[in-house]
Design a protein around this ligand. Structure first.
Ligand SMILES: NC(=O)c1ccc[n+]([C@@H]2O[C@H](COP(=O)([O-])OP(=O)(O)OC[C@H]3O[C@@H](n4cnc5c(N)ncnc54)[C@H](OP(=O)(O)O)[C@@H]3O)[C@@H](O)[C@H]2O)c1
Length: 299
């Protein structure tokens, strides 16, 4: 049985990874909080900061993983503009720590990046297109990819886009934000000019399992299978959850005055991952119906 160390397991993707990967592998879930909000089999969780090289070294030495799955990241796109040095520490230096140890011990390192490495002039993008990030978050994620290429450990980079879903004490993602407001009857403004393929966290976790099973290395784009704008996505949320669509009004990105510039035609082509790995994400409708049941179970 493969041994898999997972970082960032208190985040949205990290929680989905724990649920998926524990079905097949011996996992070590880690996160930077003292305690994990998710119930763990046998209390196996370890508190661990990827920016601390000696912590990385000790943990990797002790657990001796075959695979490291790095879901830890600084993900707030506007905060990355405000806290550039901190963003670099987590998104680049932290990855460098893991990559150096992965090379030393010949461990397969699976790392996540984003469609924000592209400028959004011409999406959706395939793996061969040239990145040109607009903001600091995208720049740091592209730099993290290059760290893996330069250090030369066995690696897989999965680029994904707009992750959504639910979990315990997770930060508000786009889906949760819209659902909460619509349930409260609060009007929301949603952009009509940002296009991408939103990705259910569970689908990405299943895709990650395919990578580990097949020991697939290189670059893969894994996202949802529908390309749409955020306004249409939220209208789908209202329909599936039987909420008032009239609360949603359209707005353009430039009216929001966000600190980080957003790629407008972002998103990713997923054919390479589908053809080579069998990656097969749900439709938006199927994903939202799944979330409706998951939320009902949790509530
Ligand atoms: N969310 C999206 O829309 C999106 C889109 C494209 C790509 N991605 C990529 O997908 C991956 C997972 O994203 P996500 O949405 O699951 O992010 P998330 O919910 O923000 O989770 C990231 C986790 O990493 C932890 N973390 C931060 N710094 C750390 C450190 N120094 N050491 C250990 N853990 C640390 C965070 O802890 P704290 O909460 O305590 O900071 C958090 O639990 C990331 O690589 C992200 O760049 C995400």
């Amino acid at each position: 049985m493969k041994k898999v160390l997972i970082t960032g397991t208190n985040g949205l993707l990290g929680q989905a990874l724990v649920n998926e990967l524990e079905k097949k592998y011996q996992i070590l879930p880690t996160g930077q909080e003292e305690k994990s909000p998710i119930p763990m089999n046998n209390d196996i969780y370890e508190c661990f900061d990827i920016t601390n090289f000696s912590q990385c070294k000790n943990l990797i030495n002790e657990f001796a993983p075959d695979v490291i799955v790095n879901a830890a990241s600084y993900t707030n796109v506007d905060d990355c503009e405000r806290n550039k040095e901190f963003c670099w520490q987590v998104n680049v230096k932290g990855v460098e720590n893991l990559a150096q140890l992965a090379r030393r011990y010949d461990i397969h390192l699976l790392h996540y990046s984003t469609d924000y490495v592209f400028d959004g002039k011409n999406g959706p993008y395939d793996e061969n297109e040239k990145p040109l990030p607009l903001g600091y978050y995208g720049k740091s994620k592209l730099a993290s990819e290059n760290v893996l290429r330069q250090i030369g450990c066995p690696f897989t980079i999965i680029r994904t886009c707009v992750l959504y879903g639910t979990g315990r004490e997770v930060k508000k993602n786009f889906f949760l934000w819209s659902l909460e407001n619509l349930r409260e009857g609060s009007p929301i403004k949603v952009v009509t000019d940002q296009y991408n393929n939103p990705t259910l966290a569970e689908d990405l976790a299943s895709g990650s399992m395919l990578v580990i099973d097949q020991a697939a290395v290189g670059l893969y784009h894994m996202a949802g299978n529908e390309y749409l704008n955020r306004f249409d996505f939220v209208k789908n949320v209202a329909t599936v959850f039987s909420l008032n669509e009239k609360l949603i009004s359209p707005v353009e990105t430039r009216e929001l005055g966000q600190l980080a510039e957003r790629p407008l035609y972002g998103g990713l082509k997923i054919e390479h991952a589908s053809d080579h790995l069998g990656y097969n994400p749900r439709s938006v409708n199927e994903a939202l119906i799944y979330l409706k049941w998951k939320l009902r179970d949790n509530e």
